[in-house]
Design a protein around this ligand. Sequence first.
Ligand code: MRU
Length: 318
Amino acid sequence: MPTVEWDEAAGGVRLIDQTQLPLAEVYLTCRTASEVAKAIREMVVRGAPAIGAAAGYGAALAARAGVLEAGAAELRAARPTARDLFAAVDRVEGAFHRGGAEEALAEAESMARESAEECRRIGAHGAALVPEAARIVTICNTGSLATVDYGTALGVVRTAHEAGKRPFVYVMETRPRAQGARLTTWELRRLGIPHKLIADSAAGLLLQRGLADLALAGADRVCANGDVVNKVGTYPLALLCREHRVPFYVAAPSSTRDPGTPTGADVKIEERAAGEVTNFAPPGTQVWNPAFDVTPAALVTALITERGVLQEAGAWRA
Ligand code: MRU
């Protein structure tokens, strides 16, 4: 079942509610752009390509309702960091101006279809980099749930698994929203891929002891200079990989590339509510809760895209 799917009979876009996983598998249908924007804000749907696909349908719903401008503005304001969200809304707006509301929906549909196909190509290109019986460390959730289908970094693991390479995954829990602990473990279990969950702070010892052969992460935005913006905790993981001479790969579709943003320093990093972090703190504790961080291009061994593996940090400029 795709994570994001148009349901014509219901007149909306159907999403799996990721806030309820792994305890319950609940689906909801958003019938207005406002409902889609709320689902993105509250992380019912999350992960850059999935956010992009949902936002595309949200903009198409706004176009049908005759409120494209307001709907697009609300969608763009839902989360600031994922490039795919903005790219998707731009594309649907362009389609609407060319051919009206039905053209807008057709564009949203083709983006969702393209996204699922791109993930399979990312998987095929990336799996070639995965040795037999590789031990892979990954952060956040970059699987089917983060995309329309199949996944990016986790799609690479999946293709390697399907090719009989017997990968083993160390899943970083990914504080504070626990996308690794809740979502990646759920997906890996369903796929039958062996894995162990680790606390984020255990990654240092994991790499120091030589227990991981490579790291795989996704991206919310890849800047013109190749800097990678991804889930907070990705940058320290990349630093650990350099220190311990472990390849650090980033898998993302070309739609995540943002030629208009020169470097990671120019990206607006989302800051989320204090309540995501305060579980163990005394009441009233002040919090800084950035949802993403910036990994300098120089720490990225290669970028895995649907077009192939880009070895040079600046290759995204091409
Ligand atoms: O806050 P999230 O869960 O939306 O963050 C997701 C990530 O950081 C992913 O690594 C990224 O979006 C790529 S998903 C294929």
